[in-house]
Design a binder for this molecule. Structure first.
Ligand SMILES: Cc1cc2nc3c(=O)[nH]c(=O)nc-3n(C[C@H](O)[C@H](O)[C@H](O)COP(=O)(O)OP(=O)(O)OC[C@H]3O[C@@H](n4cnc5c(N)ncnc54)[C@H](O)[C@@H]3O)c2cc1C
Length: 479
């Protein structure tokens, strides 16, 4: 049996910890095990490839809007093949350099293989048994494929197969099952490139994790380029002569809708991948859904076995996985007692329009503090000089504050550069007071979009007043 100081399963965010560990202990022996290409899902089939694909889509949509600004542009052609090849070549370069780094290190044995526990601190890898004094489980997550009659008998894609370029050419039409951020981002991508896209989601809202008015405006804008069927459940899929037919049922009325498409993408969420690992044999407890159970210090139920990233099922984002890898480093290696803190986990959806959010939603804030102690700030892009210059109609910044202290509780942005604009708010949410006043007091460059954020904090109202504004506005979720 090969013995290691540390075994790492999953070569994504856990790789952050390796260099400091080797610097601290140049003799350390580490086994890194990953059954897939090295670099983890974010690099190999998640955030990075999808965003390389989405940037051209964003350019196409911005060019569509140029006419309103006085520019006549004609896009002569868009090459799906070139966009995909560029994506592959960029990520392959990074994958190769990670493989090279893992394979050439004197401290690391790199196994491209599946790992499973055989006993506490022991694992089977490529037919060998290895043991580790310490184990980091960073196994990620996988696409959930729902039980739909006939789905098994047709060819369909998940984000994995699209990014691995198993979809050979741009489909004339694509049906996307699911209404979350992966469905919405791929819907944006394929429609911008020229496919006829139909998104079919079970939830009454597109992007159900967002504020209702953000979901509604995203749907309204995206519907200009595709069909979005919310509150519909796909019950059956059939294939004949290369055409796929999806039978969906409207969940309230029970009415049946038929969608035909050349390709199907299943984007119905992500689930645990820990069944392969057999954590029970390592006496590592899992949640009832199968995620690795961790406490506030990222420890599993087994001493010296730690889990991080998607594997714990809490927030499935790479920046959260990176943050958790730091917490594991502090606690497992430096023996500190650092608690995880998720009060300001941001995320963005790279659709057109872009969406970004951090912290509490309005309903969560009013539930926690009561309506009387919550203020809502709203500012539209178009009511600032830069927003008007950009013709950014209807897009907005919504902020949620605690009335007595002006503490920032959450923020939600829809519109150009939402993912960048929100960062100013996220940073303040990490300050000790989490006080909004520095944003109000600081000079903001005029005329820049950052003024939208500043003014949202300067135009606060009670939740009742906010509801009144929404009810008489184009932003009303019902519209
Ligand atoms: C299409 C898509 C787009 C995304 N976009 C974004 C985005 O824009 N921003 C963002 O923050 N997040 C995004 N994500 C999520 C992000 O990819 C994950 O949160 C991140 O990869 C989690 O990192 P991790 O370190 O937990 O594990 P991962 O990087 O997922 O790595 C886990 C690795 O462990 C391997 N593994 C699992 N079990 C075993 C085993 N038993 N033996 C050996 N190897 C094993 C897996 O094969 C995998 O390679 C996206 C995900 C997808 C699918």
């Amino acid at each position: 049996m090969k013995r290691y100081d540390l075994i790492i399963i999953g070569s994504g965010s856990a790789m952050n910890i390796i260099d400091p560990m080797i610097r601290a202990n140049p003799k350390i022996r580490i086994a890194v095990v990953d059954k897939d290409e090295p670099g983890g899902i974010c690099l190999t089939r998640g955030c990075i490839p999808s965003k390389i694909m989405l940037y051209p889509a964003e350019l196409i949509r911005s060019m569509d809007e140029a006419e309103a600004l006085g520019i006549d542009i004609e896009i002569k052609g868009v090459s799906y093949e070139r966009i995909m090849k560029r994506m592959r070549s960029l990520i392959d370069k990074d994958i190769d350099s990670i493989r090279e780094g893992l394979s050439s290190s004197d401290n690391i044995d790199y196994y491209q293989a599946q790992a499973e526990f055989t006993a506490p601190y022991e694992m089977r890898v490529s037919g060998d048994t290895i043991s580790g004094k310490m184990i980091f489980l960073a196994t990620g997550s996988r696409a959930i494929v729902p039980q739909i009659k006939g789905l098994d008998s047709v060819t369909y894609h998940t984000s994995d197969s699209i990014i691995r370029m198993q979809m050979k050419k741009l489909p004339a039409s694509i049906a996307i099952i699911g209404g979350g951020y992966i469905a919405a981002e791929f819907g944006h991508f394929f429609s911008a490139l020229g496919s006829r896209v139909t998104i079919i989601g079970r939830n009454p809202r597109l992007l159900p994790e967002e504020e209702p008015e953000v979901s509604a405006l995203t749907k309204r804008e995206m519907e200009k380029h595709m069909t979005i069927m919310t509150n519909h459940e796909v019950r059956e899929v059939r294939e004949a002569r290369g055409r796929k037919t999806l039978v969906a049922v409207e969940r309230e009325s029970g009415k049946t809708a038929i969608v035909e498409a050349e390709e199907i993408l299943v984007a119905t969420g992500r689930g645990p991948v820990n069944d392969i690992l057999h954590p029970e044999k390592g006496e590592v407890k899992t949640t009832k859904e199968g995620w690795i159970q961790v406490n506030e210090y990222m420890e599993t139920s087994q001493p010296n076995v730690w889990a991080l990233g998607d594997a714990d099922g809490r927030y499935l984002f790479r920046h959260v996985a990176n943050y958790e890898s730091e917490v594991v480093y502090y606690n497992a290696v430096l023996k500190r007692k650092v608690r995880v803190d998720y009060h300001a986990v941001p995320h963005a959806v790279f659709t057109y329009p872009e969406v970004a959010s951090v912290g509490m939603k309005e309903s969560e804030a009013t539930q926690m503090y009561g309506e009387g102690d919550v203020l809502i700030g709203l500012q539209r892009y178009e009511d600032t000089a830069k927003g008007e210059a950009m013709n950014a109609k209807d897009y907005f910044v919504k902020v949620i504050l605690k009335r007595d202290s002006m503490k920032i509780l959450g923020a939600h942005i829809i519109g150009p550069h939402a993912s960048i604009l929100i960062q100013e708010i996220v940073n303040l949410m990490y300050s000790s007071e989490q006080d909004a006043r520095p944003i109000q007091d600081a000079m903001h460059i005029h005329p820049s979009l950052s003024e939208v954020v500043q003014r949202a904090f300067g135009s606060v109202m009670t939740p009742a007043e906010y509801r009144h504004v929404l009810a008489h506005d184009r932003l009303a979720p019902g519209e």
